[in-house]
Design a protein around this ligand. Structure first.
Ligand SMILES: [Zn+2]
Length: 276
């Protein structure tokens, strides 16, 4: 590993600082799961073509909830075919050892960290998770698993009445919606942990951004929040250009054009070893 990076990690780990890791869509792409936010494929439903950007909106859900649900179920089936990779495994192992000193925020919605048994207390999924749904009317912020019978649905055929009946809120009987932050809504605390995430950023001294796509605002905000602490540093790991690389370099941190699966496990192992 790069000597400067090694010194930086050992210094923060040895001095008791908290580590914050953001995993972006680049991490999922390494596991065979395509970008959720930048899906270029049209979705054909009842002979009409929809773009991903309109399928992630309240505006369309209000008019045609079955179209929105059918597309999210298709994306869920794709996410299920992906398998957690080296990054998810290394993060889960490090979380077991470091406890509250490590927090992971993922901009991905494919649930790969959870499927790798990442401790729930150390994981934030502010964009949501395709494997869950919640009440569309908001009777409670409780999350419910998407019924198993719908998780393997890969056809673009219209949802049947029986399938729609499975998507009812267990609390009030109304329709549920996918647990995904849509483009025409904003982060809140009950469903997206926005306040907890920003508070975590303020308490962290080292931020590692891995495979960040640049498509989500909160991860950008977390990076800027970190820079308010003059002792804190950012390490960006990403073979793709992204807005955080320049910010990291400008504020005394480091940026590497390396796949996250190559470098992030080493970073975590070094931190764990130096944290003693
Ligand atoms: Zn309800």
């Amino acid at each position: 590993m790069d000597a400067e990076l090694c010194r930086l990690i050992e210094s923060f780990a040895g001095s008791g600082g908290n580590l914050l890791v953001v995993t972006g869509e680049g991490v999922s792409e390494e596991c065979g799961v395509a970008s959720f936010r930048a899906d270029p494929r049209p979705f054909i439903y009842r002979g009409k073509s929809y773009e991903a950007r309109e399928l992630m909106t309240w505006a369309l859900f209000d008019q045609a909830p079955d179209v929105v649900w059918a597309w999210h179920l298709l994306r869920l089936a794709e996410a299920r075919r992906g398998q957690p990779g080296l990054v998810h495994q290394a993060a889960a192992r490090a979380a077991e050892t470091l406890g509250p000193r490590l927090k992971v925020i993922t901009e991905c919605v494919d649930g790969l960290h959870r499927r790798c048994q990442h401790p729930a207390a150390g994981l934030f999924e502010p964009q949501g998770n395709l494997f869950f749904m919640h009440c569309a009317a908001g009777c409670t912020p409780a999350l419910h698993p998407v019924p198993e019978a719908l998780q393997g649905r890969t056809a673009q055929q219209p949802l049947t009445a029986d399938e729609l009946a499975l998507l009812r809120c267990p609390a009030c009987g109304g329709l549920t919606r996918p647990h995904i932050l849509w483009r025409d809504e904003s982060y809140d605390e009950p469903l997206h942990s926005v306040n907890s995430i920003l508070e975590t950023a303020r308490r962290s001294e080292l931020l590692v951004m891995a495979g960040f796509s640049g498509h989500t605002n909160l991860a950008n905000k977390v990076a800027w929040e970190i820079t308010h602490n003059h002792r804190a540093r950012i390490v960006d790991i990403n073979p793709e250009p992204n807005p955080v690389a320049a910010l990291a370099r400008r504020t005394g941190g480091l940026a590497f054009n390396t796949p996250p699966s190559v470098l992030l496990p080493q970073v975590l192992e070094t931190f764990v070893a130096a944290a003693g």
